[in-house]
Design a protein around this ligand. Structure first.
Ligand SMILES: Nc1ncnc2c1ncn2[C@@H]1O[C@H](COP(=O)(O)OP(=O)(O)OP(=O)(O)O)[C@@H](O)[C@H]1O
Ligand SMILES: [Mg+2]
Length: 241
């Protein structure tokens, strides 16, 4: 469970996140939606400890984590995975080389790394792409490499920021099916930002709607989509049609 209380993040005059309370249930796929500039990515960076809030607190279960520093922070950060729209992979490395990278950083032995990389390639359905260079992979295959890399260190949480926004509908579906399958098999918590409401419908249990730095609505996807209360949610659903 991730809990946010009164989280604020300012950039100059802009309150990118403006007093957010949020509870993300464990072992679920949690969606965050909202129009461009609403503060989704900023909130995700705070939840994943990439950035520190100016005020408020972040807890994982009962432990306060936003105040961690040094080795304790690095240790936590190693236990979470992130994937992005643009994949953020090394062009100079093969698929296997990209997946191996966090394990190399962690100081794992080469033989063990090879074993784990094979397992991850298998898990993400790209076992035949082990030696492929990045330019030889499709967008969907690149995102599979990124997912494999994100899961390399057995994270408890996977953060996804517009991870399927650059993919066509069919590939999006297959990546979402993979994420859902991994969530269930590994029991991880997935926090997913998207502007594609279809993505939320397909794999999220709960969803939070952000507007101008605030969470203006939160609930089960079924409830929020069937009966949106906030103007922000109504607009998003209306714009979709
Ligand atoms: N590093 C930064 N420096 C200054 N301003 C920032 C920074 N990061 C975000 N902002 C501002 O904070 C607000 C929220 O940005 P954020 O990237 O969190 O929105 P978002 O909901 O992820 O939008 P999008 O859907 O376009 O990705 C915006 O006004 C943005 O310009
Ligand atoms: Mg964003």
């Amino acid at each position: 469970m991730i809990t946010l209380r009164g989280v604020v993040k300012r950039y100059g005059d802009i309150a990118a996140v403006d007093g957010v309370d949020l509870e993300v249930p464990p072992a679920s796929v949690f969606g965050i939606i909202g129009k461009s500039g609403a503060g989704k990515s900023t909130l995700l960076r705070i939840m994943s400890l990439l950035e520190r809030p100016d005020a408020g607190e972040v807890r994982y279960r009962d432990t306060r984590v936003d105040t961690l520093a040094g080795a304790a922070l690095l240790e936590r950060r190693r236990k979470m995975g992130m994937i992005f729209q643009n994949f953020n992979l090394f062009a100079s490395r093969s698929a296997a080389g990209n997946i191996a990278w966090p394990l190399e950083i962690a100081g794992m032995h080469r033989r063990e790394i090879n074993r784990r990389v094979d397992e991850l390639l298998e898990m993400t359905g790209i076992a035949d792409k082990r030696k492929a260079r990045l330019r030889e992979l499709s967008g969907g295959q690149k995102q599979r490499v990124a997912i494999a890399r994100a899961l390399a260190a057995n994270p408890e949480m996977l953060f996804c920021d517009e991870a399927t926004s650059a993919l066509d509908p069919r590939t999006t579906k297959s990546i979402l099916a993979l994420v859902r399958d991994l969530q269930e098999r590994l029991g991880i918590t997935v926090i997913l930002i998207t502007h594609q409401l279809e993505v939320v419908r397909q794999i999220c249990g709960d969803v939070a709607v952000m507007d101008q730095g605030r969470v203006v609505e939160q609930g089960s996807v079924a409830a929020v989509f069937a009966n949106p209360v906030s103007n922000a949610a109504k607009e998003l659903l209306h714009d979709e049609q």
